[in-house]
Ligand binder design. Structure first.
Ligand code: ADP
Ligand code: MG
Length: 316
């Protein structure tokens, strides 16, 4: 099976968008701009041995490639439109490819995202997805838009994926699904247009990711550890509070949204997210004083644990 047979296999499963647009098969895709919108663009790579194990189910890898990229569009409050897939495969394993496309295509379709092109090469197993989405000018949720006095919120629960990673096969199915099949918060991101100030998606752990918002916005935050949302499954698997806080603050792969909004919009934010079936929790407040301060339930400061995941952080 050649590169072109593989591409034909992909193309057969992702029909071109309606004319006059053009998807897979020519030198480039043709997309109609949506009038009055900005194009939000983001790309993320998943490498075998770094982001997933080579023997992970291919459908999980495909799902995750779509999820981590859709999560970036969600954090920009952009509506998914199309994506490009750069695939590096060690061999022409059609069974693997079909499973991978099942996972990727299932999530992409649910979010109205067409696959319109890409590249296929032979090499170490790696997946790079580039996603495109639409957002009206002035409505994107940016990292630099947090303001002192804003409340800090997160969607869903934190630390589930990190606990699943630590527990491995011993983790209960719900926790494992949080790691293997994250659901990007696209509807929540769109619902926060005009309500939230800043937003970021949580891929590397709240501590580091919220730190990016604080750095970009030139402010700090005070967080209440007792308010960090924990799932019943996490509480059962990790009963000790301090260990749980570490998972919730430093564990990666949550793919929830952290965002800030002024206190007078509290009810509007809750209602907008509830209408999308998304739970959200207030965990603290933005302050002029730089830095991130974590408060224990007894009011004492808790020293921040080691920082979030970072590629290149340690010498090999
Ligand atoms: P070129 O030589 O112009 O780069 P390719 O032979 O790489 O063209 O690709 C042919 C067509 O197939 C292009 O439309 C390209 O976008 C698409 N394509 C290639 N690989 C993939 C892929 N992994 N997923 C989706 N589309 C792909
Ligand atoms: Mg090419």
């Amino acid at each position: 099976m050649s590169e072109f047979d593989l591409i034909a296999r992909i193309r057969a499963r992702f029909p071109s968008p309606a004319a006059p647009e053009l998807g897979i098969g020519d030198d480039g895709a043709l997309l109609a701009p949506r009038p009055g919108h900005l194009l939000a663009v983001s790309t993320d790579s998943l490498l075998a041995g770094v982001h997933f194990r080579p023997d992970d189910p291919p459908a999980d890898i495909g799902h995750k490639a779509a999820a981590v990229n859709l999560s970036d569009l969600a954090a920009m409050a952009a509506e998914p439109a199309a994506c490009l897939l750069a695939l590096s495969l060690p061999g022409a394993d059609t069974g693997w490819l079909d499973g991978f496309l099942d996972g990727l295509g299932g999530l992409a379709r649910r979010h109205g995202m067409a696959l319109v092109g890409g590249d296929t090469t032979r090499g170490p197993l790696a997946v790079t997805l580039t996603v495109l989405g639409w957002v009206p000018p002035g409505q994107a949720l940016r990292r630099d838009a947090a303001r002192p006095g804003d409340e800090v919120w997160v969607t869903g629960t934190l630390g589930d994926a990190a606990a699943a990673l630590a527990l491995g096969e011993a983790a209960e199915p719900w926790l494992l699904a949080r790691l293997r099949r994250p659901e990007p918060r696209c509807a929540a991101g769109l619902a926060l247009r005009g309500l939230a100030h800043a937003a970021i998606d949580l891929s590397d752990g709240l501590l580091g990711d919220l730190g990016h918002v604080l750095a970009a916005s030139g402010c700090g935050a005070d967080l209440e550890l007792a308010d960090l949302p924990a799932s019943p499954a996490l509480c059962a698997a990790v009963p000790e509070a301090e260990t749980r806080w570490r998972y919730q603050l430093c564990g990666g792969d949550d793919y929830e949204l952290a965002f800030t909004a002024p206190p007078e919009r509290r009810e509007a934010v809750s209602a907008a997210l509830a209408a999308q079936g998304v739970a959200a929790t207030r965990i603290g407040r933005i302050d002029l004083r730089p830095g991130l301060r974590l408060y224990r339930p007894d009011g004492r400061l808790w020293p921040p644990p080691a920082r979030a995941w970072q590629h290149f952080a340690d010498p090999p």
